[in-house]
Design a protein around this ligand. Structure first.
Ligand code: PLP
Ligand code: FES
Length: 403
């Protein structure tokens, strides 16, 4: 077993060697521009792109013409949301989203607020799920779009997508979902789920970074978006720019592998995740964050009270995990997702996200369990707060000096 162990598969996944193999010729002999229609170099590249489009469409149950290739989920989120806002501005200016969405959604909504959009940010319940009654109550005749993510990147919670889509449609709005963490991990079918627009990304499903896709429904109803990138008219005018052929081929192959292997993989990973979670929650004062029924198979987010997340990450240095604290990210706030669930700053700071993946082995999970337990126990042994807790002192009654 090689150290360090990679357990941060929600941040990104390693490239599957089979994906790399599919991509390689498109860096070398098949280097043509997919838009060059007048010679074989272009045709070969275009064939690669067409095949990838089929592979992607097959995974999510749509047709090839409903796929727009982008540089990733962030771009697909921007194109989908801004594109709908601009296209449907005659109808209304109201968008509904939730506080636990990815920044690519929240910041896009913030941007649109400056352009005249009214945005409702739904709160979530303690388990991370939105309240459907609140969604229903927030709908207005001006609501053009409901945008709620499929599976959450920090806690893995899966929202009731079909029900959300039905509510949006009942009130004449479109339904967009950021499915970056869900596509390739659990079955996602845009028709069965009632999804009108959907964003996802190759590097979360063992494909390369810098490539993703936006699904835009063409039938019942035909959805239109305003392009956000003008130029040569690639992707049927929706997204100009020379296609990233190797990346797109990689996304296609990644989709095919996920379609074929997802069921087995989900079973294996959820069993490993459950093992990890069961072992770590035998420790006192440790809690699983988010709904444990409706969630992605490979994510465990656990708070270890009286341990500071950043210190914990340092102590478990052989494990590449992610912390609900913020030193690891650009901002200095504890995770807004965990805070939306009602966690205190302290508890949010004490949280670790374990993201298992295709290449995670049971041996690695066993090592992670031992290593995490050791680190938590060690830090608690050094912690005056833990000592006070063990002595039965009610810490919530203590008035701390300001500093
Ligand atoms: C839910 C979600 N949306 C969007 C993104 C952004 O994806 P990309 O890196 O492809 O832009 C991520 C990845 O961080 C994500 O987890
Ligand atoms: S633990 Fe570093 S910001 Fe909170």
């Amino acid at each position: 077993m090689e150290l360090p162990i990679y357990l941060d598969n929600n941040a990104t996944t390693p490239l599957d060697p089979r994906v790399l193999e599919a991509m390689l010729p498109y860096f070398t002999t098949k280097f043509g521009n997919a838009a060059s229609r007048n010679h074989p170099f272009g045709w070969v590249a275009e064939e690669g792109v067409d095949y990838a489009r089929e592979q992607v469409a097959k995974l999510i149950g749509c047709t090839e013409k409903e796929i727009i290739f982008t540089s990733g989920a962030t771009e697909a989120d921007n194109l989908g949301i801004k594109g709908v806002f601009e296209m449907y501005s005659d109808k209304g200016n109201h968008i509904i989203t939730a506080t636990t969405e990815h920044k690519a959604i929240l910041d896009t909504c913030k941007h649109l607020e400056k352009q005249g959009a009214r945005v409702t940010y739904l709160k979530v319940k303690e388990d991370g799920l939105i309240d459907l009654a609140e969604l229903e109550a927030a709908m207005t005749p001006e609501t053009i779009l409901v945008t709620i993510m499929y599976g959450n990147n920090e806690i893995g919670v899966i929202q009731p997508i079909k029900e959300i889509a039905a509510i949006a449609h009942k009130h004449g709005a479109l339904f967009f979902t950021d499915a970056t963490q869900a596509v390739g991990k659990i079955p996602v079918n845009v028709i069965e789920d009632g999804i009108d627009l959907m964003a996802f990304s190759a590097h979360k499903m063992y494909g390369p970074k810098g490539v993703g896709a936006l699904y835009v429904r063409r039938k019942n109803p035909r959805v239109k978006v305003t392009s956000q990138m003008d130029g040569g008219g690639h992707e049927r005018g929706m997204r100009s720019g020379t296609l990233n052929v190797p990346g797109i081929v990689g996304l296609g192959k990644a989709c095919e592998l996920c379609r074929l292997e997802m069921d087995e993989e989900a079973k294996r990973l959820s069993a490993l995740r459950d093992k990890l979670e069961a072992a770590l929650t035998t420790m006192e004062e440790s809690y699983v964050n988010g709904n444990t029924q409706h969630r992605l198979p490979h994510v465990a987010n656990i708070s270890f009270k009286y341990v500071e997340g950043e210190g914990l990450m340092m102590a478990m240095k052989d494990l590449a995990v992610s912390s609900g604290s913020a030193c690891t990210s650009a901002s200095l706030e504890p995770s807004y997702v965990l805070k939306s669930l009602g966690l205190s700053d302290d508890l949010a700071h004490s949280s670790i996200r374990f993201g298992l993946g295709r290449f995670t082995t049971e041996e690695e999970v066993d090592y992670a369990i031992e290593n995490t337990k050791k680190a938590v126990n060690h830090l608690r042994d050094l912690s005056p707060l833990w000592e006070m807790f063990k002595e039965g002192i009610d810490l919530s009654k203590i008035e701390w000096a300001e500093h």
